[in-house]
Design a protein around this ligand. Structure first.
Ligand SMILES: Nc1ncnc2c1ncn2[C@@H]1O[C@H](COP(=O)(O)OP(=O)(O)O)[C@@H](O)[C@H]1O
Ligand SMILES: [Mg+2]
Length: 279
């Protein structure tokens, strides 16, 4: 059974656990018969990602909770994988494969971490020649999504393509503040390049996504508040300030700034607004 951290009272913990199971944030692979497990060990890592194939032919990628094997004060990356899937659902992005946190013992092997549905016959972004139109749109949506959740690991190896106009965003644990010393205003400049070289206001798929983030802000902040138990407040301020910034820029009907320091200034203002309101 999945354990919640002791920052919550016992009753509260049970409630969160129950709700988490209902939402599919916590689950189990116990009822499924394993056919085989394939893995590459990381050099120096505790336990690399493992592909678990079940007897029914389906498969998942399992990534262990490194805190149980390595350093206890590492962030909880498994819950981040699962919450990013939930956020994807809330805003209707539909790019993150189904992901949940498990803690099962099968035979005498413990599976404690995240499992994500395995995408069959996929090629990653390094292996394709060019995007189809639909893939390009999804890739652009993903840029907005990654910016809001503060994902620092979206290289082309973490984007899979299945040749049916569909993109899959995998490996989503380096987000929602994985380090308390992380600068919550920092992000890659590819975000600015994208926003300033396009007329975002005329890109329906981007406008829609920003509006959905804004409309569902409370639901998203609530998910982070309940389930992300480390760096929680920082993660909330980061996500909220980024949603507010994008939304307010959109409503202003002016182009997005081209300069990094203008973005930082704008984000910093949103952060200050949030902190002031909280006092
Ligand atoms: N959902 C998935 N479907 C198919 N392949 C996956 C999936 N998740 C991961 N993989 C494969 O496993 C590799 C390692 O998983 P990833 O989540 O990227 O972990 P790491 O943190 O080691 O980069 C990926 O580069 C990809 O080849
Ligand atoms: Mg990866």
């Amino acid at each position: 059974m999945v354990k919640l951290e002791d920052t919550n009272t016992k009753n509260n913990r049970n409630e969160i656990l129950e709700e988490g199971i209902k939402k599919g944030i916590f689950g189990s692979i116990k009822g499924r018969e394993i056919d085989r497990v394939d893995y590459d060990r990381w050099m120096g890592g505790p336990r690399g990602p493992e592909k678990i194939t079940f007897k029914d032919g389906s498969a998942v990628i399992f990534k262990c909770d490194i805190r149980h094997y390595w350093m206890a004060d590492n962030p909880d990356t498994a819950i981040r994988e699962a919450i990013v899937y939930q956020i994807d659902k809330v805003v209707g992005l539909g790019l993150v494969p189904k992901t949940m946190v498990i803690d099962d013992t099968v035979g005498n092997v413990r599976y404690d971490g995240s499992v994500q549905e395995w995408i069959k016959d996929a090629r990653d972004g390094y292996q394709i020649e060019k995007f189809t139109n639909e893939e390009r749109k999804d890739f652009e949506r993903l840029k907005v999504f990654d910016f809001v959740i503060g994902n620092s690991d979206r290289h082309l190896g973490n984007v899979l393509f299945t040749g049916d106009d569909k993109l899959h965003a995998i490996d989503n644990n380096a987000c929602l503040i994985i380090d308390k010393n992380e600068d919550i205003l920092s992000f890659s400049d590819s975000v600015i390049i994208f926003f300033s070289r396009n007329v975002i206001h005329d890109m329906r798929h981007i406008v829609e996504l920003i509006e959905r983030f804004y409309a569902n802000k409370d639901t998203i902040l609530n998910l982070i508040d309940k389930y992300i138990h480390d760096n929680t407040e920082l993660a909330k301020v980061m996500v909220e300030s980024r949603i507010n910034y994008l939304y307010n820029m959109l409503k202003r009907d002016k182009p997005f700034p081209r300069k990094y320091r203008e973005w930082r200034k704008g984000l910093e203002e949103e952060v200050q607004n949030i902190l002031r309101r909280k006092k």
